[in-house]
Ligand binder design. Structure first.
Ligand code: ATP
Length: 778
């Protein structure tokens, strides 16, 4: 169990009760949060309750406050919206409403509340806790309750979870639901782009976000839109000329489509609203660009549907953390909410975050836009800057470095394809061009480099042209081609010779474990081949997420989304046809990241990883658990179950063999099948997260390489960071030298990092699926 601590009893000897509520606008992932809170609360020894219809349920009480059992939240991970309802509740804004709510809490014996909602909901929650002692006192004075009744409930514990598609809460990088909404938007923009391109049309697309431009900006970055409007950074007063100039420039280089993305709250710097109609009229002006222009308002499709993989992870892990925060809370602990910074889930004081969030809206109203941008997390401003660079709006020479600092940067993909490789390349090319560097494509990895460099007319080494890469933002696969071959196999001498021949001053490598291995070989070969004393940066990209030096590789999010969609479909089939267990084999090499995270996000009954292996005792225990679980399902229940097996979890127990064993042992009480999604897991269109991170991280890589521009070979060879890997580690983005990572952090035999952050997640999968203690292989 992740946490041995169990809830103590209340002073009246009764079990503590945690209630979960969703409030404000619905957001995908809320159901995952409810499931996680209910199940981990039960696991920690609480009784779990749900308050239906948000604060309305708390004020009205009665049937709207329900005790929840383990089975009540079965299958909720894949459901969109919120199954416990949400409502805007006028009564809760006023003290009498909150008084009723307090009484309902006490008479139901609830001492802790976990609320998933936006800043409004969480402000209300904090106010409720602040007033709590006074509310109880008043209830006793008015004889609604007795001293005896309120005594066990003198301290109210409240923990916030931020559920909002807008991502408008300060203090957390993202909120539950925003990546699902972004995925929906990007999917729609991808569809629109196809028709825009066909007819050479312009589209003005309006997305949600009254005070927050996160969705609009991220959609712009992920789809490579031509222009975006966001509330925090209104364009200058001459936005009309600015927009038309940029779009004319894009059309000038041959682009056939024009996409403008607007947040609902788009304003000019004077605070005047900018409408999609105004933008359309401008683009369509016969005396100007004269583009055939259409408006699409995406509206509520953005809220709808099943949560994406990341939102399920976030909702689940934050739900579990919220219950732990309740366990840890003391009477004087300030109310906290659960946030995420980069890859780290943390507790933070609620009121500061609420105040900062409200400050953004105030700053926008007061037209203090620098302050508004400053109050958003640093990533937001960084991505805005990246966006401006990748729209190639700065192809003028204003930002060019002095010529002696300009480099020829070779871009190469190594290993299997992964979502985001093309976006990374596109962004790197755009950044290089903005700064006056020459980006050079090395086609088809080291194999292409060394064997086809003389081929005409294309050759394996070519300078990039902007129009060629401009539409790569949302493309899957690898447009410059990727190859698994390592430089030592291709011939290191040839590689070094070619680097000199093509005057490559720096290397930007994108790829998985083979890329990591290649970088290591290049670094080690510097002694023998001085041509290799050039700066090199590796951006990890592999669905397996097994590259040491980072907790996240490009493409791993795309893979999980594909797998989650696949598992949801299979689970539906498993439930609909008969009582069935599907044993699904996942990719991921000798790293258990993919099966564990997918298992967390689909609610797998068991996950088998290469790290742990599979033993006969484990299988036997899981089969006993399955028998019991199916026996306990009610007669009407046609519940399907999933077991996820990493492809290299065992050399003997394949998914098929496991399914066969389960079927035999089920003695007809339930069915079993195996299923292998295979290369589907590499994904078609990359997920928005992979695309955005590709942009952000690749620009950082080129900036890193830039630091070595003009340095002597000696200086470069002596600086360990001249060959490094960029990574997201905990709450920060860092470059770590290859020398350090390859010698201290790498399990070379198993092609994975020595330590993994997700080791803590594995037990959560088991806890939330109710898996009993399993005998682990020796
Ligand atoms: P979204 O991001 O979707 O707007 P939200 O949580 O900010 O979500 P609100 O409509 O602002 O949505 O708040 C939801 C409910 O929370 C309100 O209907 C009300 O019941 C309660 N609430 C909001 N603000 C307060 C407040 N200042 N005091 C008391 N209760 C509040």
């Amino acid at each position: 169990r992740p946490n041995g601590q169990k809830a103590e009893l209340l002073p009246n000897g009764k079990r503590r009760k945690i209630a979960m509520m969703t409030s404000g606008g619905d957001a995908p992932g809320m159901n995952g949060a409810v499931r996680a809170v209910v199940r981990s609360a039960i696991d920690e020894g609480f009784d779990a309750y749900c308050i239906y219809e948000g604060y309305e349920g708390l004020v009205q009480g009665g049937d709207l406050i329900k005790k929840m059992s383990w089975g009540d939240v079965r299958g909720w991970l894949s459901e969109g919206g919120t199954l416990i309802g949400t409502a805007r509740c006028k009564a809760f804004y006023e003290r009498p409403g909150r008084l009723k709510a307090a009484k309902n809490m006490v008479i139901n014996g609830i001492d802790s509340l976990i609320i998933c909602g936006g800043d409004g909901s969480l402000t209300g929650a904090d106010k409720f806790r602040f007033e709590w002692p006074g509310l109880l006192e008043e209830l006793v004075q008015t004889k609604e309750l007795t001293e005896e009744e309120i005594k066990p409930f003198m301290h109210l514990t409240i923990v916030g979870l931020v559920g909002s598609i807008d991502n408008d809460m300060s203090g957390t990088d993202v909120t539950i639901g925003c990546f699902s909404a972004l995925a929906r938007i990007c999917e729609m923009v991808d569809y629109i782009e196809a028709t825009a391109s066909s007819h050479s049309r312009a589209f003005v697309i309006e997305v949600m976000g009254r005070h927050c431009g996160w969705l609009a900006l991220m959609a712009g970055v992920a789809t490579g839109a031509d222009f975006v409007f966001i509330p925090e950074k209104p364009r200058a007063d001459n936005w009309r000329e600015e927009m038309c100039t940029i779009i004319a420039k894009h059309r000038g280089v041959g682009k056939r489509k024009t996409i403008v993305i607007m947040a609902e709250g788009a304003n000019d710097q004077q605070g005047n609203k900018i409408t999609p109609e105004q933008v359309k009229d401008l683009l369509a002006d016969p005396k100007g660009l004269a583009l055939d222009t259409r408006i699409t308002t995406l509206g509520h499709v953005q809220r709808g549907g099943s949560a994406c993989s990341f939102d399920r992870t976030l909702a689940t892990l934050q739900g579990v953390e919220a219950v732990r925060a309740v366990l840890d809370a003391k009477p004087d602990t300030p109310t906290c909410f659960i946030a995420i910074n980069e890859n780290k889930i943390v507790r933070k004081p609620l009121m500061k975050a609420v105040r900062d969030t409200q400050e953004v809206a105030k700053a926008i109203q007061a037209r203090d836009f620098d302050r508004a941008m400053g109050l958003r997390d640093t990533e937001f401003a960084e991505i805005y800057a990246s966006y401006l660079i990748t729209t190639a709006t700065s192809l003028d020479k204003a930002l060019h470095l002095p010529s002696q600092k300009c480099m020829r940067i070779g871009i190469i993909h190594v290993g299997a394809p992964a979502g985001g490789m093309n976006s990374a390349t596109r962004a790197a090319v755009a950044y290089c061009q903005t700064r006056g560097h020459t980006p050079v494509g090395i086609y088809n990895g080291f194999a292409g480099f060394t064997r086809h460099h003389g081929d005409e007319p294309l050759g394996a080494v070519r300078e990039f042209d902007w129009l060629e890469v401009d539409n790569w933002a949302s493309k899957g696969g690898s447009e410059i081609g990727t190859n698994r071959e390592l430089p030592n196999d291709s011939g290191m001498a040839t590689v070094a010779e070619l680097i000199a021949k093509y005057k490559i001053d720096a290397i930007f490598m994108v790829g998985g474990f083979e890329a990591f291995h290649s970088m290591s070989q290049l670094r080690k070969a510097r002694k023998e081949f001085p041509q290799l004393a050039i700066p090199m940066a590796l951006l990890p990209a592999t669905i397996s997420n097994n590259v040491p030096g980072t907790e996240y590789s490009l493409g791993s999010d795309t893979c999980l989304n594909e797998l989650v969609r696949y598992c949801d479909t299979i689970k539906q089939s498993a439930s609909a046809s008969r009582r069935r267990v599907f044993v699904i084999e996942t990719q991921g090499g000798r790293c258990g990241y993919v099966p564990v995270l997918a298992g967390l996000n689909v609610g797998a009954t068991a996950v088998y990883t290469p790290e742990e292996g599979i033993s006969i005792d484990m299988l036997a225990a899981d089969i006993r658990h399955l028998r019991k679980a199916f026996a306990e399902d009610s007669g009407q229940s046609r519940a399907g179950r999933l077991i996820l097996v990493g492809e290299k979890a065992s050399s003997v127990y394949s998914a098929k063999l496991i399914a066969d064993i389960i079927r035999t042992e089920a003695h007809g009480r339930f069915e079993s099948r195996d299923s292998i999604p295979g290369h589907v897991q590499q994904g078609g269109t990359p997920s928005p997260m992979d695309r955005i991170r590709a942009v952000r991280l690749s620009i950082k890589c080129i900036e890193h390489l830039e630091k070595f521009a003009g340095a002597s070979a000696r200086t470069i060879a002596d600086d360990a960071l001249s060959s490094s890997v960029i990574g997201i580690r905990g709450a920060s983005v860092t470059f770590t030298s290859m020398e350090h990572v390859e010698s201290k952090e790498t399990d070379w035999a198993n092609r994975r990092p020595l330590e993994v952050f997700w080791a803590d997640i594995e037990p959560v999968v088991d806890t939330l699926s109710g898996r009993p203690e399993i005998p682990r292989p020796e």
